[in-house]
Write a protein that binds this ligand. Structure first.
Ligand SMILES: Cc1ncc(COP(=O)(O)O)c(C=O)c1O
Length: 394
């Protein structure tokens, strides 16, 4: 066996699996067992006390779930990982673990709608102050950090406007004031960026999206150093927002093709963004891979591999045109999801920011006339032909 660190594509296929391949299976079995039995109380106690490896009860740990966590841990280059029933469970459990009344969170205006709801509705109920800064103004984030901060929470690229924030710069500023840095890497994926290598303390994912890739299982994960993840794991085992073994199996299987899928989606998204830029019916295209994007320079510096499989664009004529356009697409599911092998499209009002009111979306700078387009693994020629025929009919 070589001592070289394996490439991401190899980790996506093999990482985390070997230990769980019982009975010479080549695939990790689905351990559908609520609890794990012991022949003696002594042995049971040794496991419960963490003196020997093993599982007690599936709200705490489960072998299929552990294999999933280990694969993500290795891909993100983290010391530890713990998983959840959904991406929102990963985000909320992480925040509830780290925060207490009187603490302050600094974040950006453009986070996923569910995360934004935590910031504007739920955290303030517990006397936790949240400062939301303009996403494209790193100096404003730095100034907000100076007023005190327990958690700096970032998402990059953002959903659905694909803004990119400078993780290394903001993580350094946050660490100076003793804050913990959390980054949502759902849209980027570890194939394109590894926030921990840029200074993040914790990476969270909606595994429902690109990690799983097949839109058939919900899941979430948080990765980071041993100490922080142990605290988050401890909160989760009591909170109970646990990933079920069947979903863990589906996510594990999906992740084997993560590198292949993301490479295809990166390439196709760039070609589609370039095509859309040339279309008279399109007002604006958001994609950090475009040379014209205001985020291209920072994206190029911190993303490797590519710029991700999701883009968004505004149509001239606003929401009325968006409704007409979406119904004419042949190869896109109109659905509230992203990151699947199938192309998925929709407006923010029914997808990423369904939880927000139109006024809240406006305050976040999310136009109603936007189309979020998550590129699948179909032929890019077919997708461009499809977009072209729909645009021509407007
Ligand atoms: C960037 C981002 N983070 C978190 C979430 C929440 O994930 P889940 O739907 O798995 O709870 C989503 C969902 O769309 C998302 O897009």
């Amino acid at each position: 066996m070589s001592n070289q660190k394996p490439h991401l594509s190899t980790l996506a296929v093999h990482a985390g699996e070997e230990r769980y391949l019982a009975e010479r299976a080549t695939q990790v079995p689905v351990f559908l067992s609520a609890a794990f039995g012991y022949e003696t109380v002594e042995e049971w106690l040794e496991t419960a006390l963490g003196h020997q490896p093993g599982h007690i009860y599936s709200r705490n740990t489960n072998p299929t779930v552990a294999a999933f966590e280990e694969k993500v841990r290795q891909l993100e280059g983290a010391e530890a990982a713990t998983s959840f029933a959904s991406g929102m469970a990963a985000i909320s459990n992480t925040l509830w673990t780290l925060l207490k009344p009187g603490d302050r969170v600094v974040s950006i205006k453009d986070t996923y709608g569910g995360t934004n709801k935590l910031f504007i509705e739920f955290l303030p109920r517990y006397q936790i102050e949240v400062a939301l800064c303009d996403t494209n103004d790193p100096a404003a984030v730095e100034a907000a950090l100076q007023q005190g901060c327990r958690v700096l929470y970032l998402e990059t690229p953002t959903n659905p406007t694909l803004k990119v924030v400078d993780i290394a710069r903001l993580a350094a500023a946050a660490h100076k004031v003793g804050a913990v840095v959390v980054v949502d890497n759902t849209v980027g994926t570890p194939i394109n960026q590894t926030p921990i290598s840029l200074g993040a303390d914790i990476v969270v994912h909606s595994a429902t999206k690109f990690l799983g890739g097949h839109a058939d299982a919900l899941g979430g994960v948080a990765c980071g150093d041993d100490e922080l993840i142990e605290q988050i794991y401890h909160y989760r085992e009591i909170n109970g927002a646990v990933l079920d073994p069947m979903s863990a199996y589906l996510l594990l299987r999906g992740m084997k093709t993560l590198d292949l899928r993301i490479q295809r989606q990166n390439d196709s998204a760039l070609k589609i963004a370039q095509f859309l830029e040339s279309q008279p019916a399109v007002e604006q295209v958001n994609y950090p891979g475009l040379a014209s994007s205001p985020y291209h320079t920072i994206a190029k510096a911190q993303m490797h591999g590519g710029y991700g499989g999701m883009l968004s664009f505004a149509l001239k004529g606003g929401f009325e045109q968006v409704k007409k356009f979406l119904s004419m697409l042949q190869y896109a599911h109109l659905a509230a999801n992203l990151g699947a092998v199938e192309t998925v499209a929709g407006p923010p009002a029914t997808t990423s920011h369904v939880e927000e009111t139109p006024a809240e979306r406006a305050a976040m700078g999310i136009p109603e006339g936007l189309v979020r387009y998550s590129v699948g693994i179909e032929s890019v020629t077919d997708l461009i032909d499809d977009l072209s025929q729909a645009l021509k009919q407007l």
